[in-house]
Design a protein around this ligand. Sequence first.
Ligand code: NAP
Length: 268
Amino acid sequence: MKLAVIGHPIKHSKSPIIHNHWLAQNNIKGSYEAIDINPDNFENEIMGMMNDGFDGFNITIPFKTNIIDLCDDVDDAAQKIGAVNTVHIKNKKLYGYNTDAYGFIENIKSSKPAFDFKNKTAMVLGAGGAANAILYGLIQSGVKKIYLTNRTQSKAAVLQSMAHDIIDVIAWDAYEEKFNETDILINTTALGMVGHPDLTPTLDGLKQGALVTDIVYNPLYTSLLQNAKEKQYQYVTGIGMLAYQAQKAFEIWTGTLPVIDNALMEQL
Ligand code: NAP
């Protein structure tokens, strides 16, 4: 099995650690490498991978949207999200999938099995690439309302078209006013990540028993999650989303749903 993750830049990707762990654990002969692709030569590079006998690859920034046009078919999630993060190559055809929504939802479900998305109100901070997949995952999981807010409000308004009846765009400087209705608060912005400013809402007024989650995982315990812990809210860290989106991709390529065990998580 010949696998890879492609992106630009790519050298900090943790995906090779995850997939090489699973290839070994499941006695599957193969390799998973990180390949830096020149954006000016994107299409040729993909054709080259096909000719080199790759069975599949993950795609990350900045190619998740560009790859759609090269795919022979894409799954429903990738179509609705408008981005592909996993490609399976079969008989010289490219099949595109998006496993990010699965990754986000499964991370919450595995960490907090008692949390039921049905009829809940979510608040999503951020309207970048990751937010798009998370909105899809939340809607598929049955939330009744999503408050979406972003520094650049016009980008949130674009994402609202996924479900006008569920998504309500609110102002970036006033989102805390809706905390009293929020069952799950999700940071999808880069705030809190190493090299970026912290995200520091007080969390005062957040609904009792609410779940706070951050998809930033470097650092693992972001300022938002530390704050949630101090205020005794439930919280879920972001690294599991990475592991679960990889789990689904591995299943697509190999037919085996790999185990996310401590031996893996300790390496991430
Ligand atoms: P992106 O498309 O570049 O979007 C970045 C988002 O962050 C936008 O909403 C942007 O707002 C916001 N932002 C950046 N700087 C800000 C600031 N100073 N103040 C307010 N908002 C700010 O990035 P992405 O792909 O969605 O990724 C976002 C984060 O999620 C990254 O830290 C990434 O590492 C993490 N992530 C984690 C996983 C996982 O598996 N756990 C998966 C994907 C991404 P504007 O639109 O106003 O610029």
